[in-house]
Design a protein around this ligand. Structure first.
Ligand code: FAD
Ligand code: SF4
Length: 497
């Protein structure tokens, strides 16, 4: 028998090596590595999601007739060695894993790799697209993907006559929230398998226990996809960038965990969206806004990871060395209403939407100079959909500008004005978003100006930043801003901000 080794983020029978396998000729190996589970302070919902999904997938494979050797081993290597010793497979194969380190491991262990079809653009195709280009603009890649894959296309032209509906999307929160009845997410009851997984997790795990929000089976993931497409997608887009204190999901799909662990394929997600558009059930701006995220941003991030790893993970162009602020792990360690809300939400569900990640947690990390390595690790441990391939470009490149602008030509730094425009966080906050100096000055506003002054030499040369830097240089209270920033950073470090 040939063994197909399936990793915890490849849980789909249509992926790579498993797609070619048959119960009469192939056996499946899955390994739960105790060392990996205990290696970091993972959010309890994240570990539960991965482990429960693996165990249920193994059960699904058994129903399909496969013999599954599901091992609890100290390490992945030990699991494979024990499998080889006991069951003596003729050979061991695996689908190309999704992380750089796992691919290295398979090479060392002499496991043959089958090309992965888990993403819509293989990273070698991405490298071909990238080769010789002066700049790797997401928009160019996205249009190529649209044309190549045929989503929302009328022949060779984009459906509706435009490639991009961003102008209609990305609005502030609606004035009347009752006009936007964002449907509540689907939940399921937990069962004995969930209890078994949870009771074995080490005490180093943190966060609130799962409530059934995140599916851990193919069936649950497919029901959530249907719910999104039928009930939520028509509202996706316009308020994609908005943040509300009392609504954590708005019209976001909450599908990233399933695309990342394989329970859903990006192609079936996009096919369902295309079908809803063809049936006249969703406006073009919503369909385009969503498809752009999946075939554009998601695949772009995946391609960049493989293009620039392994050096990329260690880049730190702005020399940021601050440790992770206590406020990121304890919602009570700050009076900043925006940070406190996001950290509390993270504790509850291991999820925040894109703008909370980028413009609240990322923005504070960027302007305060928190180490990219610390932020990457913390987010990887904390988010339900965390994985190295997606965390590194999003944190090092997009959020923290630690790659010196290779991915995003301008840093996503902003003051309290942006947060105030795009959220309702500032009302009732202890700080005043309009002030940059004084005891009640908004830390975002102070740190934004201080960031521009600290890095003025670098950013004054950036055409997309020079106006802002020049404005900072002309501030009449520049010294007071820098003094207040030093106090803010001290309070941030000591959990008193
Ligand atoms: C600092 C930071 C960290 C992030 N960490 C992760 C992570 O660990 N895992 C993860 O999957 N995404 C990550 N993202 C991207 C994005 O925030 C999440 O994919 C999204 O919030 C997931 O929620 P959703 O499924 O409801 O997304 P929706 O708003 O419904 O978007 C649809 C889909 O688009 C894809 N997508 C959109 N933007 C991105 C992007 N920049 N990178 C990759 N996929 C994207 C996701 O698959 C998502 O499910 C991060 C972004 C930032 C700025
Ligand atoms: S005033 Fe500043 S700290 Fe308070 S919620 Fe607004 S942006 Fe956040």
């Amino acid at each position: 028998m040939i063994t197909v080794w399936v990793f915890g983020d490849q849980l789909n029978t249509a992926i790579g090596a498993l797609a070619e396998a048959s119960p009469s000729t192939h056996r499946v190996l899955m390994v739960e590595s105790q060392r990996k589970i205990a290696s970091r302070p993972w959010h309890v919902q994240r570990s539960h999601f991965y482990l429960a999904s693996m165990r249920r997938f193994a059960d699904d494979l058994r129903v399909k007739g496969f013999e599954v050797d599901y091992r609890h081993a100290d390490t992945m290597t030990a699991g494979l060695a024990a499998h080889r010793k006991e069951l003596k497979p003729t050979s061991v194969i695996a689908t190309e894993p999704n992380s750089y380190r796992a691919r290295q491991l398979l090479e060392q262990l002499k496991v043959a790799m089958v090309e992965s079809n888990q993403f819509l653009c293989h990273h070698t195709d991405f490298a071909e697209w990238a080769s010789g280009r002066k700049s790797l603009k997401m928009e160019d890649f996205y249009r190529r993907q649209r044309a190549r894959l045929g989503y929302l296309m009328d022949g060779e032209s984009p459906a509706g006559g435009r490639w991009n509906y961003d102008e209609e999307n990305r609005q502030p929160p609606p004035k009347k929230q009752s006009d936007w009845p964002w449907p509540a997410p689907v939940t399921d009851d937990l069962d004995q398998l969930d209890t078994d997984v949870l009771s074995a997790l080490p005490s180093t795990h943190w966060g609130e226990a799962p409530t059934g929000l995140w599916a851990t089976s193919r069936d649950g993931a497919v029901r959530r996809l249907r719910h999104f497409v039928d009930n939520v997608l028509p509202m996706f887009g316009p308020h994609e960038d908005a943040m509300l204190h009392d609504n954590w999901h708005l019209a976001h799909s909450l599908l990233s965990p399933y695309m990342n662990n394989g329970l859903l394929l990006p192609s079936e997600v996009c096919d369902a969206v295309q079908q809803a558009f063809d049936d006249g059930k969703v406006p073009i701006a919503s369909a385009e806004g969503f498809i752009r995220q999946v075939i554009g941003w998601r695949e772009y991030v995946w391609g960049l990871y493989w293009l620039w790893m392994p050096e990329y993970a260690n880049e730190n162009a702005l020399g940021a060395v601050r440790p992770l602020p206590p406020a990121f792990t304890d919602a009570n360690a700050t009076k900043m209403r925006c940070i406190s809300r996001c950290v509390d939400d993270l504790d509850k569900r291991a999820y925040l939407h894109h703008i909370q990640r980028l413009m609240i947690l990322g923005n504070l990390s960027l302007t305060a100079g928190v180490s990219p390595h610390a932020v990457t690790n913390w987010m990887w441990e904390s988010f339900i959909d965390g994985a190295e391939w997606v965390m590194v470009p999003n944190v090092v490149g997009m959020s923290l500008h630690a790659d010196g602008g290779r991915m995003a030509t301008k840093p996503y730094a902003s003051g309290g004005a942006y947060v105030s425009k795009m959220s309702d966080y500032c009302k009732g906050c202890a700080y005043d978003r309009t002030k940059r100096v004084g005891d009640d000055a908004c830390p975002f506003t102070t740190l934004y100006w201080d960031f521009l002054l600290r890095h003025q030499e670098r950013f004054v040369r950036n055409p997309r930043m020079s106006t802002q830097v020049r404005a900072a240089q002309k501030l009449s209270d520049g010294d007071a801003v820098q003094k207040r920033a030093a106090d803010v950073l001290h309070m941030l470090d000591t959990g008193r901000l």
